[in-house]
Structure formats: structure tokens, C-alpha cells
Design a binder for this molecule. Structure first.
Ligand SMILES: [Zn+2]
Length: 172
């Protein structure tokens, strides 16, 4: 299935003469605009506290409502990876972290509201700086958890990229 099969109209001029032009693009026969389906850039924070427990969130919304994740999300326009990791962690948990190093980048895919999404997820290590504002993000985070390294159950995580990373980190 073409990655833009759900998109019937030119996003520039609205024409319905919007047809597959390559594996990753559609082109408008009315205005000439070509629209590419590129990966979006996702990020996640892999943060163990001083008791070797992983900072996790329980997802309130789909994809993966009720399952676990690490703090993370999409990179905004004009933002660096490190800024995005720190911002998403603050937004979802209220916890301020210092972002350290890139651990891995892993292509992900999932269905969001009936449309397949293809983020490329960048996972960074980090360290907790300030927990005084800790609270789950209203409407996004059901719960904040600190899970001891040896009690992490990879099957309880939502995202394929996160599972793959945890398998590597935990040697499972
Ligand atoms: Zn057009």
C-alpha cells in the first residue's frame, strides 16, 4: 500500500488530481506540487534513577493506551533532539532531566487514527535533575512509574522501537 494512500487531495491547492509519483510521494497535476512521505522524528528518554529504576509512563491514549512507554514524543520544528527529549519529559512527567547521549535510533511504525505512522525514534540517556514538579500530564499520562531494571517486562511496553531498545539494554 502506498504510504500516502489515505491522502486524496493536494495539500497545497486542494485538487483531487493528486496521484502517486514515486514510492514515497504523490504529485499534483493541477499545481505541480510534490508531497513526500518522510519519517517523522521521534525521541525518548532512557533515564534510570539512583536506585537503578527506569522512569516510565503509562500511556493514557492510543496508540497503546494502558501500556507503558518512556517519556518522549515528536520533535518540534526548530528544536534539537536534546531539547525535544527534555521538553517531552517535563511535559509528560513534570521531571526535569539533563539529556546525555544518543543510545540508538530505531525506525518505528504504528497506526494512529487509521493511518500508518513511520517515526524514526531517537533514544537518549539522561539523568534526573529535579523531581519537585513531578505529576502526570493531564490527558496524556495515566501514571508515572519507576521500574527496577530486573522487573522490566518488555511486553508491557507499547512501541516496537522502545521494546527493541529495552531488549538491547537488558540483554533479553
Ligand atoms: Zn496542487
Amino acid at each position: 500500500m502506498h504510504p500516502l494512500n489515505h491522502f486524496k487531495f493536494c495539500p497545497k491547492c486542494g485538487s483531487s488530481r493528486f496521484a502517486e509519483n514515486s514510492e514515497n510521494s504523490k504529485k499534483c497535476d493541477s499545481c505541480g506540487f510534490e508531497f513526500f512521505k518522510n519519517p517523522t522524528i521521534g525521541c525518548g528518554a532512557i533515564v534510570f534513577d539512583d536506585q537503578d529504576r527506569l522512569l516510565c509512563i503509562r500511556r493514557l491514549k492510543d496508540p497503546g493506551a494502558g501500556l507503558l512507554g518512556v517519556p518522549g514524543g515528536f520533535v518540534d520544528l526548530g528544536e534539537t533532539m536534546e531539547q525535544a527529549v527534555a521538553r517531552e519529559t517535563i511535559e509528560e512527567t513534570g521531571i526535569q532531566i539533563e539529556v546525555h547521549e544518543l543510545i540508538a535510533n530505531i525506525p518505528n511504525s504504528y497506526i494512529y487514527k487509521g493511518v500508518e505512522q513511520h517515526p524514526l525514534d531517537f533514544y537518549y540517556s539522561g539523568k534526573i535533575i529535579d523531581m519537585s514538579g513531578m505529576r502526570p500530564q493531564i490527558g496524556e499520562t495515566a501514571e508515572i512509574l519507576f521500574i527496577p531494571r530486573n522487573e522490566i517486562n518488555i511486553d508491557s511496553f507499547a512501541m516496537a522501537s522502545c521494546k527493541e531498545l529495552l531488549r538491547k539494554i537488558l540483554g533479553k
